[in-house]
Design a protein around this ligand. Structure first.
Ligand SMILES: NC(=O)c1ccc[n+]([C@@H]2O[C@H](COP(=O)([O-])OP(=O)(O)OC[C@H]3O[C@@H](n4cnc5c(N)ncnc54)[C@H](OP(=O)(O)O)[C@@H]3O)[C@@H](O)[C@H]2O)c1
Length: 107
């Protein structure tokens, strides 16, 4: 088995997922519509994961998703869901919908 490469403060998200196969896995990235969140979404989706991008603005999340797909390296699916982490009702709605979907898929 190959030794994992050393990581440091210059290692990029894409370098971290090099050689990683995340097909069949689901990741949730909160604040995935900007900054470090976008690069996290990119790396996970390049590795093949199904990524749920949560954003306070679904429109902002969808815009970023379109930009990510435009570079052609995305292998996994990216879906956008509304979530405001400062709003408990929003968190309940998100977790309930995500849990129900997961249960439906496992039936
Ligand atoms: N340790 C390190 O080396 C390091 C390096 C870089 C960043 N960071 C940290 O990582 C975090 C992200 O950095 P960034 O540069 O990517 O910042 P950013 O571009 O400002 O992104 C912050 C994200 O959080 C979202 N957000 C803020 N309040 C929210 C809420 N109530 N509910 C849901 N989402 C919310 C924002 O959504 P909206 O677009 O709706 O505002 C945005 O998507 C920060 O805490 C930063 O300090 C750490």
């Amino acid at each position: 088995m190959a030794r994992p490469k050393a990581r440091n403060s210059h290692t990029t998200a894409l370098e971290v997922v090099e050689g990683v196969d995340s097909f069949g896995k689901t990741a949730i990235v909160t604040g995935g519509n900007s900054g470090i969140g976008v690069e996290t979404v990119r790396a996970l989706a390049v590795a093949g994961a199904r990524v749920i991008v949560t954003s306070r603005s679904v429109e902002a999340g969808q815009k970023v998703t379109e930009q990510l797909h435009a570079d052609g390296s995305i292998k996994g699916a990216i879906v956008v869901k509304q979530l405001d982490l400062a709003d408990l009702q929003s968190i309940r709605n998100f977790t309930r919908a995500t849990w129900q979907r997961r249960r439906a898929q496992n039936c």
